[in-house]
Ligand binder design. Structure first.
Ligand code: UDX
Length: 439
């Protein structure tokens, strides 16, 4: 099939590459010319496992192209995926849908033939009819356009795997649709034939699927972090507890890693957007517990700052602190709402001098957090430090031999915010260690 993908960020670039991998002829569209140039040369403008190789393979075969032109995009195919960003509005919890509606308004007047518009962007429930209305108002082929909702559940760092072998495929249509379902079934034929559960719903259910899935995932993480708070008060070990709970099939071990809490471009934003929309719909009470989920998440960051102050005898002024970790999670360079960077910035604002190390995310971190110092080498980063904070799950950091750091650091104090270091090994190397949720 021929198809286009409008909006080539983390989601869209991955979707475009994976659609080419499935055998389709794909045109990716983005209004950012620099991004179009990088993607067109077969490279991702961000770090995602396996994506560079896949982009290179399909841009050189000619099956995948990129453009900044809406005219070219509209003329290329009769299936258009929309995956533009829907960030949080500054100072508010609600989504900013301006990029989404701008994309639809640009595309609509150029749609002269029947087409399916399949939206993947995460939105508040009730957005699909608004998109249909804009298309009906502006598109010459208005009565031959169908809007479908196709939420995306991919995780950064396993985005390709999640796209090609998803847990489920959700396709939402309005009651009058006639051919959009057949088009999307054809597009996802290989995925459906592989046995992927395929759920056909109305628009509202499909829109809510992503928001409610992310609200649940955030709740699970905050639940185990609330238990971590009780462990800190009682001397129990949250890592062991998480393992014990996870053995119960009804609970499950996924999303039960305690630590610094969740960040990134999705979970925090979707939690806020979900709460804001529920309030607008008069169903705010139904999600009141999510306010606590959000609060628990932020308390983990504050707790880490408080522990740092304690370790440094009550004052951060003039102290040298090293933070391992800048990305919001391992195997990505994405720093959006990164818990590690939020803690580093707070410690800096309280008077400490910060050096941050991360395998992939330093270029991004430098742009948004120019007050912090950065070091590529995690061992050199510890030079003369009064305190080391381990705030990442990149595996290479947990394997560093603490003996290599003992003489570099000014003081051998460590806080393990991820609970993945071997406390005994560090103690034997002369370090005092405190871990979130552990004795
Ligand atoms: C998430 C959802 O998983 C995905 O389905 C959705 O499409 C987009 O949002 P992502 O943001 O890539 O994906 O990351 P995820 O792996 O879910 O982690 C989110 C955050 O939670 C990270 O900061 C991670 O460190 C944290 N986390 C995750 C925990 O603290 N504990 C866990 O057990 C799992």
């Amino acid at each position: 099939m021929k198809l286009t993908v409008i909006g080539c960020g983390y989601l869209g670039a991955t979707h475009a590459a994976c659609m080419a991998e499935l055998g389709h002829e794909v045109l990716g569209m983005d209004s950012d010319m620099d991004k179009v140039a990088v993607l067109g040369s077969g490279k991702a403008p961000f770090h995602e496992r396996g994506l560079d190789e896949m982009l290179a393979r399909h841009t050189s075969s000619g099956r995948l192209k990129f453009t900044a032109s809406y005219a070219e995009t509209a003329a290329f195919a009769d299936l258009h995926f929309i995956s533009v960003g829907t960030p949080q509005q500054p100072g508010e919890h609600a989504y900013d849908l301006s990029h989404l509606f701008a994309a639809v308004r640009q595309l609509a007047p150029r749609l002269t033939a029947p087409a399916v518009i399949a939206v993947k962007s995460t939105v508040p429930v009730g957005t699909a009819p608004r998109i249909r209305d804009v298309l009906h108002e502006h598109a010459p082929a208005a009565d031959r356009l169908e809007v479908a909702w196709n939420p995306e559940f991919l995780r950064e760092s396993s985005a390709i795997e999640d796209t090609l072998r998803p847990d489920r495929l959700v396709l939402g249509f309005d009651s009058e649709h006639s051919w959009a379902e057949a088009v999307l079934r054809q597009c996802f034929e290989k995925i459906i034939e592989a046995g992927t559960p395929t759920l056909i719903t109305d628009w509202a259910t499909a829109e809510l699927a992503k928001a409610s899935a992310n609200a649940f995932l955030a709740t699970k993480i905050s639940f185990i972090n609330a238990i971590a708070e009780i462990c800190e008060a009682s001397g129990a070990d949250v890592t062991q507890l998480a393992g014990i709970l996870g053995h119960d099939d009804r609970i499950g071990g996924h999303g039960m890693r305690p630590g610094l809490g969740f960040g990134g471009g999705c979970l925090p934003k979707d939690l806020h957007g979900f709460m804001a929309r529920a309030g607008e719909l008069g169903a705010g009470q139904a999600v009141s517990m999510l306010r606590e989920v959000d609060a628990i998440n932020h308390r983990r960051r504050q707790r880490t700052v408080d522990l740092a102050r304690q370790q440094l005898d009550g004052t951060l002024l003039g102290k040298r602190i090293t933070v391992w970790g800048a990305a919001f999670k391992p195997h990505t360079d994405d720093i959006r709402d990164s818990p590690a960077l939020a803690v580093a910035q707070k410690l800096h604002d309280l008077g400490a001098t910060l050096t941050v190390s991360d395998p992939q995310a330093l270029d991004n971190a430098r742009k948004t957090h120019p007050d912090l110092d950065y070091a590529d080498d995690p061992i050199a980063a510890v030079q003369d430090a009064d305190l080391l904070l381990h705030l990442t799950e990149w595996p290479q950091y947990s394997h560093i031999d603490p003996h290599r750091l003992t003489t570099r650091a000014a003081h051998t104090h460590l806080i393990d915010g991820r609970g993945t270091l071997n406390a005994q090994t560090w103690r034997e190397a002369g370090w005092t260690i405190q871990a979130l949720g552990r004795p």
